[in-house]
Write a protein that binds this ligand. Structure first.
Ligand SMILES: [Zn+2]
Length: 569
């Protein structure tokens, strides 16, 4: 199987941006900064020049300085206070510290802005500022090169951000999202994509002026290049930004439109006015730390991905992040991976099942989707168990890569099982209500689980306990015999026992079939059914709807285990 390498970054932002049909509530604008930014991009010089204002929300106490985050690639940061008028004047900027991150040039500087006059509690502050930056260095999802320039505020603070809360578990400190207006100036011939509503007139576009109004909180992002823009035809306005003509372009447009339709059916309205896939040269993307990055309202994809056929699973996952990890995010580390990665992967599975059918979804669960990340399936999970790296899903926190693997292998199958347990429609309905009620907020894992229980109208503690609080998966053994017109089936399992609904399929070579669902929960359960043909085979859970050991997984796990034992000797 070809390897689909994806350091998929789910940088998930959101913008509901004045969409007339938007159904998501937004945070009180007063609690977030509002920007008016003017950004000139000079690709050949690897430089951007920015000027603008930002309105900072009022604070509870008076202040004589303000701290802002800005990428270490930005220099000449100058600030003056323009509001309130009584405090106006030039400020002194002091670079207090640079927090390094991952690679040289990727750090974030904290600038202390010493105000010329103290600003009283309860008074918003308006700063006017300017800076330049970039250079030949790239940073995380930020790069200014002749062919393509891009920047994503969630990866690199390419504009001044207000720091939000404590340092994250990955060592980063996130800024607050903002709203406002962005005016970009690029050389003629370049096309620029950003977020929110595009306000530019054709004459402005032709001279390289791209204006956007962003009405709902986002981390600002842009991509500019000598793109050929190919618009889509779906209900959600969509477009491809390509660096070269592609014979598969149309399949990307129709493919992503189908995925969007499937996910809207599952998760509710798409939270952005537009959707776009924007090409980035593979080497440049690699230097900026990603192969595909799902930003608010558009996805950056490297050239290598776009050279391949449209991949429903990959784009299903990336587009699902527009809701999960983006529209809502986890308040704590508990549930963080399962509510972002796990749900994005579940969305990918739903998209595959809705668009390509149940057999494609079954294969995805069992061994993976073709040309998609090879360990994101049950086989990948059992291989992790064999390596001794299993962990319960409820508090995936520590090692980022392991948490990602677990939520993308066991995690999405567990969401799929919960969806069947609750009922597909009810589960989708609950997710949609939850997204509506908690849009733009950080949510708690237990609150999410409670909402699913409330939607189902019954106690699901048993499900949560066995799938989220335990490691591992059940191993069911079964035997059967036919006694005249009755089929007797016995199923055993070792402790700890799992409650499950399993399909049993009896058949013969003549094509006769009998399918029954059985509910079990004890060490040993017996069933008997009337049957009117001679049974030749009985299969337990023929479509692998329940995550469980099979002889095939045992064999792979044993092989992986003995391989790692050899390595350790
Ligand atoms: Zn993801």
């Amino acid at each position: 199987m070809k390897k689909y390498i994806a350091i998929t970054i789910w940088l998930l932002l959101l913008s509901v941006s004045g969409c007339p049909n938007q159904s998501y509530s937004t945070l009180a604008a007063g609690s977030l900064p509002r920007y008016d930014l003017s950004i000139r991009i000079v690709p050949d010089a690897h430089r951007l020049e920015a000027t603008g204002t930002m309105r900072l929300p009022a604070t509870k106490s008076s202040r004589d300085s303000i701290e802002l985050s800005l990428s270490e690639l930005m220099t000449d940061f100058r600030v003056e206070v323009v509001g309130p008028p009584s405090a106006a004047g030039s400020a002194i900027t002091e670079k207090v510290t640079v927090r390094p991150y991952s690679r040289p040039g990727w750090g974030t500087a904290t600038w202390r802005v010493h105000l010329p006059h103290p600003i009283n509690a309860g008074t918003p502050t308006v700063l006017r500022f300017s800076y330049t930056g970039g250079g030949a260095h790239t940073s995380f999802i930020f790069s200014l090169e002749s062919e393509v320039c891009f920047g994503a505020g969630i990866g690199t603070a390419w504009y001044p951000e207000i720091e939000d809360g404590p340092v994250q578990s990955d060592g980063r400190l996130r800024g607050l999202r903002g709203t406002g207006s962005l005016n970009f100036f690029v050389p003629p011939g370049y096309v620029l994509e950003s977020q929110g509503l595009s306000l530019s007139k054709p004459v402005e576009l032709s001279r390289g002026e791209f204006r956007f109004n962003i009405g709902d909180p986002v981390f600002f992002a842009f991509a500019a290049g000598r793109y050929k823009v190919q618009p889509g035809h779906g209900r959600i306005p969509s477009a491809l930004y390509l660096l070269k003509p592609r014979v598969n372009a149309e399949s990307y447009l129709t493919g992503s439109e189908k995925v969007l339709d499937a996910l809207v059916r599952e998760f509710g309205p798409y939270p952005h006015p537009e959707f776009a896939i924007v090409e980035v040269p593979s080497e440049q993307a690699d230097r900026a730390g990603f192969s595909g990055a799902s930003l608010e309202g558009f996805i950056l994809s490297n050239t290598d991905f776009l050279d391949k056929d449209f991949n429903t699973a990959f784009f299903g996952h990336e587009i699902s992040h527009q809701w999960w990890g983006n529209l809502i995010r986890s308040k704590t580390v508990q549930g963080r991976w399962m509510m972002s990665e796990g749900m994005a992967q579940f969305g990918s599975l739903r998209a595959v099942e809705i668009i390509e059918g149940t057999a494609a979804a079954e294969r995805y669960r069992r061994t993976g989707y073709p040309d998609y990340i090879s360990d994101q399936n049950a086989l990948g999970y059992f291989t992790l168990i064999a390596k001794g790296t299993d962990h319960r899903l409820s508090d995936l926190a520590q090692d980022g890569d392991l948490s990602r693997r677990l939520s993308n292998s066991k995690g999405f199958i567990v969401w799929d099982m919960l969806s069947r347990e609750v009922g597909r429609r009810q589960f989708s309905h609950t997710l949609q209500s939850f997204l509506r009620e908690h849009a733009n907020q950080r949510v708690e894992w237990n609150g999410f689980l409670r909402a699913i229980e409330n939607g189902a109208g019954r106690n699901l503690r048993w499900f949560y306990e066995q799938w989220f609080e335990r490691t591992g998966a059940p191993d069911f053994q079964f035997s059967w015999k036919q006694e005249g017109r009755r089929l007797r089936v016995g199923i055993t399992q070792t402790s700890p026992h799992y409650q499950a609904t399993l399909e049993i399929e009896a058949g013969n070579k003549g094509g006769q079939r009998l399918v029954r669902n059985v509910r079990l929960g004890a060490a040993q359960t017996s069933f008997s059914f009337p049957i009117n043909f001679r049974v030749e085979s009985v299969v337990l859970d023929p479509h692998y709807l329940v995550l469980r050991w099979t002889p095939e997984y045992r064999a792979v796990a044993n092989a992986a285990r003995s391989f790692s034992l050899e390595l350790n000797q």
